[in-house]
Design a protein around this ligand. Structure first.
Ligand code: NDP
Length: 287
């Protein structure tokens, strides 16, 4: 048999998408796994999403990632959506099987994995969460699946915060409380895990800090951030000063990609090699 030049296609649809770095992570994984996969970074405008998604089987593509602004809209065009992604109301990964489109959300799973990898159990833990946006929804639903006991949601906009609380109450057993974020807020002393899911600290605003009383972060707390760039955020620095264990957002980003790659290739990629490739791409030396 002759040499095959054919490649299996996957990628990301977004708008804008130019600065999405997932191709670096994915190609590192594919080369390491020695599979002939190609990750495409594709600009798809909102009005073209339906046709672009519906065309995946015609291109014999294995699947696609969705990023801004497609994660919610895409649900309409899929044949099957995983139960947790339905609850979140957002899909970040589509895979194609026998011509059908399956939707999943690996963002929250990636977050949970970064805790599990650090030997942290979520069962019966009280979680204090900053933010109630898309990342928060994905994380909250997976926290519920992982058996967390209680969740405090601190968010500026009341509507989003209350929506998330209602969604958790309707679909999960997690006890959730919403608090309006109006001023410098303390963290409850009995918090086990504090997580920032807001965009505070995202490049280029790397000096931004969430408006909380940092002295209420205690040594017994696990403090997590979802910000991938720069991952060593001001929140994590404040937590380190108070001897809390910290988990950065790079792990979440890598782990969600590992999950998606497993759905597309059936293989488990090397998270450490992917993380190093991304850190190098970002020019990060202190992870
Ligand atoms: P959304 O726009 O859906 O939500 C943003 C959230 O941040 C809202 O709760 C918003 O509050 C809050 N927020 C923003 N600015 C402030 C501020 N100055 N003070 C208080 N609250 C603020 O975004 P996503 O949830 O999709 O993304 C959030 C972050 O998570 C991004 O930085 C993204 O890069 C990161 N992320 C990381 C991933 C990873 O793999 N590491 C995966 C997915 C996302 P309000 O409702 O009041 O506006």
């Amino acid at each position: 048999m002759g040499k095959s030049y054919r490649e299996e296609l996957v990628g990301v649809f977004g708008y804008p998408v130019d600065e999405n770095p997932t191709v670096v992570v994915a190609q590192t994984a594919f080369e390491d796994l020695q599979v002939p996969y190609r990750y495409l970074t594709v600009e798809v405008k909102p009005e073209d999403l339906k046709e672009a998604i519906r065309a995946l089987p015609a291109w014999n593509m294995k699947g696609i990632h969705l990023t801004i602004p497609h994660k919610v809209e895409v649900l309409k065009y899929l044949d099957y959506v995983a139960e947790d992604a339905k609850i979140m109301g957002a899909v970040n990964t589509v895979y194609v099987k026998e011509g059908k489109l399956y939707g999943e959300n690996t963002d929250g799973k990636g977050f949970i994995k970064s805790l599990v990898n650090a030997g942290i159990s979520i069962k019966d833990k009280k979680v204090f969460m900053l933010g109630a946006g898309g990342a928060a929804r994905a994380i909250a639903v997976e926290l519920a699946n992982a058996g967390a006991k209680e969740l405090v949601i601190l968010n500026r906009s009341r509507t989003r915060g209350e929506e998330l609380k209602a969604l958790l109450e309707a679909h999960t057993k997690l006890k959730a409380e919403y608090r309006e974020w109006k001023h410098t807020m303390p963290i409850d002393e009995d918090t086990d895990i504090l997580v920032n899911t807001t965009s505070i600290g995202l490049y280029p605003d790397v000096n931004a800090k969430p408006d909380i009383v940092f002295d209420t972060i205690k040594e017994h707390m696990i403090v997590c951030d979802v910000i991938p760039n720069h991952p060593h955020t001001q929140l994590l620095k404040e937590a380190e000063k108070r001897n809390a264990v910290t988990i950065d957002g790079l792990g979440m980003l890598i782990n969600q990609a590992v999950e998606s790659i497993r759905m597309w290739t059936g293989k488990t990629a090397d998270a450490e090699k992917m993380k190093n490739a991304l850190a190098k791409e970002y020019g990060i030396t202190d992870v």
